[in-house]
Every structure is written in C-alpha cells, then in structure tokens.
Design a protein around this ligand. Structure first.
Ligand SMILES: [Zn+2]
Length: 254
C-alpha cells in the first residue's frame, strides 16, 4: 500500500518536474498561470492533467485543438514514479527516503534541462546545495568536512578535465555548468564516490557517442554531459557502498 502511494506521488512529482523543465530555463513562474496547451494556449483542465492517464484518454492530443502532446510528458511521469518506487524499496520509510527522493528530483530536472537547453542552471544547483545543507543538519548523512572536501574534489577535478579538454581538443568540451554540478554533487557524495560517479558518467557518454557514430556516422555536435553525470551521481548516492564493495571484491586475487 505504501509502495502504491509512493508510486502515485512519483507520478504527480514527475508531472511537476515536466513543468519545472518547461518553465525554469525561461525564468517563468512555476505556479501561475496554470498549465496551458503549448499549441493553442487554452488552459488545461485538472481532469485533463492527470499524470499518464489523461495522455492515454486523450490519445496524446489536446482536447481543443487536437495538436499532438509530446510523449515525453507521460514518459517522464512514469520513469519518475518507477524510480520513486525503487528508492522506496531501497530505504523503506525513513528520513533518508526524503533525502534520496529530493536528490532524484533534482537529477531528473537537471538532466532534462541540460538535454533541452545545453545548460545546467545556477539557481537549480544553488537550491540543491541549500537543500543538502538543511537536510544534513537533520540527518547528518555526511560529515561536514567530507562534504566540503567532496565539493572541492568534484569541482576541482572536473575543472582540470575541462581545462585539459580545451588545450587538447582546442575547443570547449566541458561547460562550467558541469564543473559546478560535480562540486554540488560532491557535497552529497564525498570525494571518492563523486570521482567514481563522474568517471561512470564520462564512460556512458563515451559509449553513447561511439554507438551514435556506428549507427548514424554523424554525431550531434554537442552532447550534454549533465544527464550522464546525473545518472552516475544518483547511482552512487544510493548504491555507492555496494558498488565500492563489488569493485574491491573484483580486485581481490582468487
Ligand atoms: Zn491545444
């Protein structure tokens, strides 16, 4: 039953994240006006705004102008809800659930906004950091010293890689947004997991680029790193200990 409630909560928050991703980069208000059709501008009634269900009932079209609604919206809602459920299965009902779900919401919105605009917004990173500080006052999920060292390490190493990329490739390969993102994630994760998560993020991005090359022969000019980093950070916040233990067990001689 709790799992079901968490899932429904995930659907609604996913719906809110869609609004965040759509409105935040343009500095529009998140709260008003209410949702409108992006095609005809007519307000969307609450009964047409039920996560996933409304999309299915309306068959992916606006009730008024029949313009197609992007399947991305129900997809984001569904994926958010599924991830909420996975996090709940991992932590159970505890204050840590709040920490992980909050972090997850930031990762999803940061990833989607980066995909859409190629930017990681300062206001999002600042809010994430502030949330981390407040939650740590109550939860002490990371020693303050480790959090600060994590921030310095994450931002420092990413800055170094950005510099290296600029010198070697003679073009901007990493944005300052990625540097700040790794710094803020470092507050939550600590130094070593941040490095490992960033590495996994780079590796994933590299694999995707290779796959895109093999399939299309051409690669999009700019592939945002944000979504890959976000995935890596989320993975390590939840399962960092398990991944670390697995890694060490693989290193042991048999
Ligand atoms: Zn419409």
């Amino acid at each position: 039953m709790v799992g079901f409630i968490i899932f429904i909560l995930g659907l609604s928050i996913g719906s809110f994240l869609n609004v965040v991703v759509y409105r935040l980069p343009g500095a529009k208000s998140l709260w008003s006006p209410g949702s409108t059709c992006t095609s005809c501008g007519k307000p969307i009634a609450f009964y047409d705004n039920i996560p996933v269900l409304s999309y299915l009932i309306l068959r992916g079209k606006c009730r008024h102008c029949r313009a197609p609604i992007s399947p991305r919206y129900p997809l984001v809602e569904l994926v958010t809800a599924l991830l909420f459920l996975i996090v709940y299965k991992h932590t159970g009902l505890s204050l840590y659930l709040l920490l992980y779900l909050t972090f997850l919401c930031f990762m999803i919105s940061i990833a989607l906004i980066d995909l859409e605009t190629g930017l990681i917004l300062d206001k999002q990173l600042l809010l994430l950091l502030l949330t981390g500080v407040v939650l740590n006052l109550y939860l002490s999920f990371i020693p303050w010293r480790a959090a600060l060292i994590g921030m310095a390490t994450g931002a420092g190493v990413m800055f170094f890689i950005a510099l290296l990329g600029k010198v070697m490739l003679k073009k901007e390969s990493l944005g300052l947004g990625d540097v700040k993102f790794a710094g803020v994630a470092g507050f939550f994760l600590g130094a070593l997991p941040t490095l490992a998560a960033s590495y996994i993020g780079f590796l994933l991005a590299f694999i995707i680029i290779l796959a895109a090359k093999a399939l299309h022969k051409t690669v999009p000019r700019h592939i945002p790193l944000g979504p890959f980093l976000a995935g890596g950070f989320f993975l390590f916040l939840l399962w960092g200990n398990e991944i670390g233990a697995l890694y060490i067990s693989l290193l042991q001689p048999r």
